[in-house]
Design a protein around this ligand. Sequence first.
Ligand code: FDA
Length: 310
Amino acid sequence: MALLREPLLLLSRSGVVKKLVSTMPVSAGIVKSYVPGETTATAVEATRGLVDDDLKVTLDFLGEDTLDVEHADATVAAYVELLRELSSQGLSRSAEVSVKLSAIGQALQDVGHKTALENARTICRAARNAGTTVTLDMEDHTTTDSTLTILRELRKDFPETGAVLQAYLHRTEADCRALAYEGSRVRLCKGAYNEPEEVAYQSRIDVDRSYVRCLKVLLAGQGYPMIASHDPRIVEIASSLASRFGRAQGSYEFQMLYGIRPDEQRRLARAGETVRVYIPYGQEWYGYLMRRLAERPQNLSFFLKSLISK
Ligand code: FDA
């Protein structure tokens, strides 16, 4: 099954396959188990369900690698609408948003960095008005420097802005040290893209070891670590490291993806931990779904069945 990871991640960037399957409605088969819906209303409804179960939420309006300005603008507008809705429904104390910079212009030729920064500012302002925060997702390694530079710029006006770091990258332990300061929110994940060995650990065990080293840096630091993993061993290690570093519950949080290990999400919350669920929504679910299938190729047969029956 591990052999399928690389081809699936390559397919996640294939425009042809994307076109072929993207006409499938979100309600179809396996997509629905990872993505609750396409609209702001369905995203808000899913948020309410989780918040009622004492979970917190971060919402991602799906999209990535946008190469057209209108599309980037439409994504910004979707976030602004979502934030307004979360606020008016009294959910913005429990729900924030996650943003992929490539969905708001980072991949545009020449003006990508500047456009993504301006658009991210608009979303941060809307989040501030709604009383909540923004976390910048991290994409493939060619974007890491630009994303961390944009984070630094945003934090001058919006110091509550968080970012994701990926344990599979060799550089990440150093990035954790640089970001483990007071007020800094860092979501640590293993990493979901197909990365070359020059920049990333390739074996599971090396990635897991790096994750634990990074976690120690974040938990020992002054910031707010967000432990994003479904891996039972990582969750267990994180809990014992948190007490070893004298971290009270609520001075860090666990995060998991919508639809993955929901019972564990609730178990941790019942044990007094802060748990945040990442909800992706929207029509552009293709890249997201392919990365989830790459993590769990066992689900590939369900996906193919839903394609055939469409
Ligand atoms: P691992 O992949 O080892 O999985 C551990 C266990 O979790 C599995 O044995 C299985 O039980 C369950 N599981 C994992 N994936 C599953 C799936 N798809 N379906 C069903 N069960 C599954 N990555 C990135 O590069 N940039 C980012 O910005 C983010 N953002 C992000 C936010 C949040 C809140 C989370 C939880 C994750 C991300 N990721 C991410 C994804 C992350 O990098 C990673 O690919 C996945 O979380 C899978 O890694 P795990 O740590 O869960 O371990």
